[in-house]
Design a protein around this ligand. Structure first.
Ligand code: PEP
Ligand code: MG
Length: 579
């Protein structure tokens, strides 16, 4: 049994067999083994070769000469390699001499051969390197469990383990079968973590070298509350965790009991709790958990998991479906926030050197006007179905906001000309998620109907800490005095300009930040559906007076650690079960 500590990003407990994915893109990490394990690893190499030969023979036989002569030839070449005893011996020798895992030995030996081929001047031979990589993948697939493509066709419950997960991969998980997630990389606000939370799959990230410790098929416990992952637990540990899992579910049921009750403090201050969604079918979950509407619809997820851009009709259908669920309650549709870790890098010839500081979000839209206008048309058309609001992400200056608004007006004119209905009075707001926007909030407030503070990016850009990089995750904290001061500035400027303000970053979903946000003057929070009841419970347990006192104290503190501890202790007293 081995226990690893990472960052808890999606609550809950799950126990299951692990499936390691992503081997296709990632160099297998070196895993040292004991001398006593060598024979087992050698046997694993032999089994992998045997299974790969069996699989490839079947594939080769399935190809008729007429349809797939060329493919058949390729398979035949691969089979020759796999049947070559000297190759297998090289790998098993590596296991013995270096005391490394079967996966590492396969990967190392085959990559050495591929590199050797690549360096040969003859193109026929150098192109064989691709065949070697293909053989490596086939053997690794046998050693690691399944292939990534098989994930969509899962028929058994598993725990997904990966070096790093993209938002696209995570969004494609079928939650009926993916019961838990563990990754070496990532942070609390990385988009894959946010998606895991929305799907309600317990997840732990930033486990650093976890993929070096587990084997495909090992039993793994994911403790998404404490940020722990346990490999090959003892029977006793499994029993303890099963009991703990039951208690957690019982707490969730208890909190579901306050669904119908308002989010109101003990001294009568009403707080709006809205949901963050990525897909229209999450709208129902927001309602079920007692949400008052949608405060952040991350529409860029419409673009992921598909080869082509969505059409205006597809946009419209997604928005209409969401708005119909909420009828006259607000639905804030954020225009696409593509770029950074989502979508655009894989479409580029060469990736951007600094994607989070690059052509992202509103900047991307302003350079891709046809795409932007398609989305705006669809949002405007859906606006007649309820209380739709438009929100522009990553606004960094007034000019960007004016440009985006001008394009919106162009689209409105087009709709007028075509006599297509939309709500002329729909509100247009912005996300405040960069220090530049926070520092010029008073100016931006003159041109925006509302602000939503995106604390995920605001923290990242204020502290210069990549939100998804586990190496710097201890430095990433919205409790840093610099971040809190910027949040306070934005709230004050919104108040002076008399425009609405909400907080929609992950800070809004964490019980320890509820009191300070209320004390700073926030009255609308937007968070993922599964976390609404817990936050509501905190709100219902405090008075605004308590929050104001706490906030005054915290604003006088100079260190993140002191603030974080203070906030955590205060919240622990109110909702001990959540910690
Ligand atoms: C944020 O940055 O806080 C935010 C809510 O937007 P996203 O997480 O989608 O970047
Ligand atoms: Mg953001």
């Amino acid at each position: 049994m081995e226990i690893k500590k990472g960052i808890a990003v999606s609550p809950g407990v799950s126990i299951g067999k692990c499936l390691i994915i992503d081997s296709e893109d990632y160099r297998i990490p070196r895993r040292q083994i004991e001398a006593s394990e060598r024979l087992v690893e050698v046997q694993r190499v032999r089994n992998a070769f045997r299974e790969a030969v069996r699989e490839l023979t079947e594939l080769e036989e399935a190809q008729t000469q007429a349809a797939g002569g060329r493919i058949k030839d390729i398979f035949a070449v691969h089979l020759r390699f796999l049947r070559d005893r000297s190759l297998r011996r090289k790998i098993t020798d590596e296991v013995h001499s270096e005391s490394v895992s079967a996966e590492y030995a396969v990967s190392t030996v085959l990559r050495q051969i591929a590199a050797h081929f690549t360096n040969v001047k003859d193109t026929y031979i150098s192109e064989r390197a691709a065949d070697i990589y293909d053989i490596e993948r086939r053997l690794l697939k046998q050693l690691l469990g399944h292939k990534r493509e098989d994930l969509g066709r899962l028929r058994e419950e598993i725990i997904v383990v990966a070096r790093e997960l993209s938002p696209t991969q995570t969004a494609g998980f079928n939650k009926a079968f993916v019961k838990g997630i563990a990754s070496d990389a990532g942070g609390r606000t990385s988009h894959a973590a946010i998606v895991a939370r929305s799907l309600g799959i317990p997840a732990v990230v930033a486990l650093e070298d976890f993929t070096e410790i587990v084997h495909g098929g090992d039993t793994v416990i994911i403790d998404g509350n404490r940020g722990l992952v346990i490999v090959n637990p003892t029977d006793e540990t499994i029993e303890q965790y099963e009991a703990y899992g039951r208690e957690f579910v019982a707490l969730e049921h208890k909190l579901d009991g306050i669904r119908e009750k308002p989010a109101v403090t003990r001294d009568g201050v009403r707080v709006m709790l809205l949901g963050n969604i990525e897909f229209p079918d999450e709208a129902e979950a927001v309602l079920q958990k007692g949400g008052d509407g949608v405060g952040l619809y991350r529409t860029e997820f419409l673009y992921l998991n598909r080869p082509t851009e969505p059409s205006e009709e597809e946009h419209y259908r997604a928005y209409a479906q969401t708005v119909r669920v909420f009828q006259e309650r607000p639905v804030v549709i954020r225009t696409v926030d593509l770029g950074a870790d989502k979508y655009t890098q894989s479409k580029r010839f060469a990736p951007e050197p600094n994607p989070f500081l690059g052509l992202r979000s509103i900047r991307f839209c302003l350079q891709n006007l046809a795409m932007f206008k398609t989305q705006l048309r669809a949002i405007l058309r859906a606006s007649v179905l309820g209380q739709v609001k438009i929100m522009f992400p990553l606004i960094t200056n007034l000019q960007e906001l004016m440009q985006a608004t001008m394009i919106l007006h162009d689209v409105m004119e087009d709709l007028d000309e075509e006599s297509i209905e939309y709500r002329r009075d729909l509100e247009v707001g912005i996300m405040v998620e960069t220090p530049s926007a926070a520092l010029t909030a008073s100016t931006l407030a003159r041109e925006a109907d509302f602000f939503s503070i995106g604390t995920n990016d605001l923290t990242q850009y204020t502290l210069a800490v990549d939100r998804g990089n586990e190496l710097v995750s201890p430095l990433y904290s919205p409790a840093d005095p610099a971040v809190l001061r910027l949040i306070r500035t934005v709230i004050q400027d919104a108040y002076r300009a008399q425009i609405d303000l909400s907080v929609c970053g992950e800070m809004a979903s964490e019980p320890e930040y509820v009191m300070i946000l209320l004390g700073l003057g926030v009255r609308t929070l937007s968070l993922s559906a599964p976390l609404i009841p817990e936050v509501k419970q905190v709100i219902r347990s405090v008075t605004l007076e308590d929050c104001n006192i706490l906030t005054r104290k915290v604003l006088g503190m100079n260190s993140e650690r002191q603030i974080a501890n203070y906030l955590r202790n205060a919240a622990r007293k109110i909702l001990p079960e959540a910690f």
